[in-house]
Design a protein around this ligand. Structure first.
Ligand code: AMP
Ligand code: MN
Ligand code: MN
Ligand code: MN
Length: 285
């Protein structure tokens, strides 16, 4: 089995809420020494063929990817899929259903912002959107910075667009079981993304990991741009406890916004099974 020393299996392009196109991301990953890469746009596989071709042009191994929005225990959880067939019809249709409703949600977000005196947010956010079906909170955050309402997007996600603050509109995403099945039935492996980011009680988190396993999920992100070193240690223990493989990904969105660049994460703890070992035959070289 090929061993990879700098896998980066989580990032976003203009096909969802990143600011670079797949080719620019591939070049940046390569420059930073990434040897196995995956583009994981939110709820969308429209960039996969371009990303695979760009990785090949850079001489970098590639796994197909997506990050699916899931509603679990009344909160949003993200499930990354890796190594699936990007032309799988059920997966493509499931993702299209998951994306559906983002337009209306965005209109409601803008209406709430207008009530606190911030006008034109829908049109403003749309200017940052690369894929009309994928208007997200990130695009609103960029508009709020541009409009001078906040100094950066982290301030936006403290004062707006989150539960209890203006511009938050809850949305019902895919179910955990559907997301895991779409990925695994398309030949891929399902991964719990950045588990430390969720506001789940200990019981709910246990339920998430148990149900994820029961549905056929096989891995968890341990080393990610969203985890501190201590969180990586604690989810390495969870991976062992639940018999899950481990993934590593920066969750890079933009040179101007992301604090973790592609290919700059610490290594996975060596006692864990790397997720790419589970989909070795799906790696495009
Ligand atoms: P949505 O899918 O429309 O709910 O948007 C979710 C996206 O918002 C995530 O994928 C992140 O890119 C971004 N986001 C959420 N919370 C934060 C945060 N605290 N800081 C920066 N970006 C965030
Ligand atoms: Mn995002
Ligand atoms: Mn995420
Ligand atoms: Mn992400």
């Amino acid at each position: 089995m090929t061993s990879y020393t700098n896998a980066d299996l989580h990032c976003h392009s203009v096909v969802s809420d990143g600011t670079l196109d797949p080719e620019a991301l591939a070049a940046r990953a390569r420059t930073n020494g990434v040897d196995l890469w995956a583009l994981t746009d939110h709820d969308e596989v429209g960039g996969q063929h371009r990303a695979a071709a760009a990785a090949r042009a850079q001489g970098m191994a590639y796994l197909t990817g997506a990050e699916i929005s899931v509603t679990f225990a009344n909160t949003t959880v993200h499930i990354v899929g890796l190594g699936f067939d990007a032309d799988d019809t059920r997966l493509i249709e499931g993702l299209a259903r998951t994306r559906g409703g983002r337009g209306e949600r965005a209109q409601e977000m803008a209406a709430q912002l207008a009530q606190v005196g911030i006008h034109g947010a829908y049109e403003g956010a749309l200017r940052y959107v690369g894929n009309p079906e994928l208007i997200s909170r990130t695009h609103f955050a960029r508009f709020l910075v541009e409009a001078g309402v906040c100094k950066d997007t982290s301030e936006v996600f403290r004062k707006y667009l989150i539960e209890g603050k203006p511009g938050f509109v809850p949305h019902r995403w895919a179910t955990l079981g559907d997301a895991v099945r779409w990925i695994t039935e398309a030949g891929g492996v399902a991964v719990i993304a950045h588990p430390a980011r969720y506001r789940l009680s200990a019981n709910e988190e246990f339920a998430l990991f148990s149900e994820f396993k029961q549905h056929g999920g096989q891995a968890v992100e341990v080393v990610t741009g969203s985890h501190s070193a201590a969180e990586a240690v604690s989810y390495a223990a969870m991976a062992q406890e639940f018999g899950l493989a481990a993934s590593r990904g920066s969750d890079f969105h933009s040179p101007d916004e992301s604090h973790t660049d592609l290919g700059t994460l610490p290594p996975l703890p060596s006692h864990l099974t790397p997720v790419w070992d589970l989909v070795a035959d799906r790696i495009l070289k």
